[in-house]
Ligand binder design. Structure first.
Ligand code: GDP
Ligand code: MN
Length: 392
């Protein structure tokens, strides 16, 4: 789960990261008021959306007067901002963060991520942070400093100091960097984060460190024990298809294609996506219906898949171990009747009670297509699309 920049800054500040003063604004008037409360000097107006790359997309602006703040806030609020990270749909700007401007001498990149290879938290840092960090990571990956943290020892001071030296920091910056690094690590660990990123961590004209941007992402599986974090969720920033699935407890990821998928098991779902691509199509979603799916759950899965207007055909692929093919089949029939389906549906069943399941499909009197193998199901789905979109 992602949170907004201002929320991440407030969390990190509590752990000891230096951040500039700022205020939240939901209207141009509030933005102007915030600028006044910051002393009337230069401020930065920042669009709060769950995405990076806002600067390059016009979502971050340095303003020198209250009038400028007000007019820029009016331009941003209610607008959809498309960045390199949002996809073509963009994200709606509903709130702004108004922050005192900082005079920047150097931009440092600092990231904490989960390194799956070592199964540990890894720090990634660069002395050349800011908006071009992705280009740098691509062109010269060797220039990024990486450091793995031993969970038993935690982030130890000499490691933090070593990193400060490798980034070329000097004097009082070293102590400030150690404090910042340890604060990020504690926030990451104590709050079950998946990612903490400060870009840029600025060296100011006066030589101090301050976090000008902050991003945090959390492990959704741990939210049950982090109610303060769960409360920061902003459904307005989520893919509406995913919010509805999330509310129904389904594992769903929205994709760009037109073949809606209802599958049990994440592995089978991945294999099905591959098969669809191989057959020349594109999946509209990843959906793992899970084990022991009741007919009601199948109906919910259909409703979720149908929240995506791009879906032109539905592929149900079940390899029943814990699941039962007859339950799934009954769910499909029920969904057809309850949801008022008009789209072609392909059903491939295998495993527990497969004969009963196929019998229900066969005798339903509904225009359901049965397939015996995964490859056959994928081909049928691709062929049954009402208006095929170009394969990507
Ligand atoms: P992002 O593009 O979504 O990562 O948004 P950032 O918060 O990182 O802002 C983009 C860029 O704006 C930063 O890389 C900085 O170069 C610049 N920026 C942000 N805050 C300030 C500030 O207070 N003063 C100045 N001069 N530049 C800023
Ligand atoms: Mn940034």
């Amino acid at each position: 789960m992602d949170i907004h920049e201002h929320q991440a800054k407030s969390i990190l500040a509590e752990f000891g990261v230096p951040v500039p003063k700022g205020h939240l604004a939901f209207s141009p008037e509030q933005a102007a008021h915030a600028a006044r409360m910051l002393g009337g000097g230069r401020v930065v107006v920042k669009a709060q959306i769950h995405s990076g790359g806002r600067g390059a997309a016009g979502g971050v602006k340095l303003c020198t007067s209250e009038t400028e703040v007000r007019s820029y806030a009016a331009t941003l609020l209610g607008k959809t901002l498309v960045t390199k990270q949002t996809g073509a749909g963009g994200k709606l700007i509903e709130r702004l963060w108004i922050e005192e401007a900082t005079d920047i001498a150097q931009e440092i990149y600092l990231g904490f991520v989960l390194d799956r290879k070592s199964e540990r938290i890894m720090i990634v840092a660069s002395g050349h942070g800011g908006m071009e960090i992705e280009d740098l990571a691509e062109k010269d990956p060797g220039s990024l400093v990486r450091m793995i943290i031993d969970p038993a020892a935690g982030l130890v001071e000499f490691q933090a100091r070593d990193l400060a030296f490798r980034l070329g920091l000097k004097g009082k910056q070293i102590g400030q960097f150690v404090t910042t690094l340890r604060a990020c690590y504690r926030a990451y660990r104590d709050l079950d984060a998946m990612m903490v990123e400060i870009n840029p961590l600025a060296v100011t004209g006066a030589g101090d460190l301050v976090a000008l941007d902050a991003k945090m992402s959390f492990d959704t599986n741990a939210l049950y024990r982090r109610p303060q974090v769960a409360a920061l969720r902003d459904p307005g920033q989520e893919d509406p298809r995913e919010s509805s699935a999330h509310d129904n407890g389904l594992a769903y990821v929205g994709l760009e294609g037109d073949i809606g998928c209802i599958i049990n098991g994440a592995g089978l779902a991945m294999a099905t996506m591959d098969m669809i691509h191989l057959a020349g199509g594109a999946p509209a979603n990843f959906l793992d219906i899970g084990g022991g799916a009741s007919p009601e759950r199948v109906v919910t899965a259909f409703r979720t898949v149908l929240t995506d207007p791009n879906v032109g055909v539905i592929l149900v692929n079940i390899f029943a171990g814990i699941n039962r093919c007859d339950w799934i089949a009954r769910g499909v029939v029920q969904a057809y009747q309850e949801v008022g389906l008009t789209l072609p549906v392909i059903v491939r069943l295998s495993g527990t009670n497969v004969e009963e399941g196929r019998e229900i499909i066969r005798t339903s009197g509904l225009p359901l297509m049965s397939a015996d193998t995964l490859a056959e199901a994928a081909k049928l789905a691709v062929r049954s699309r009402p208006s095929p979109i170009a394969a990507q």
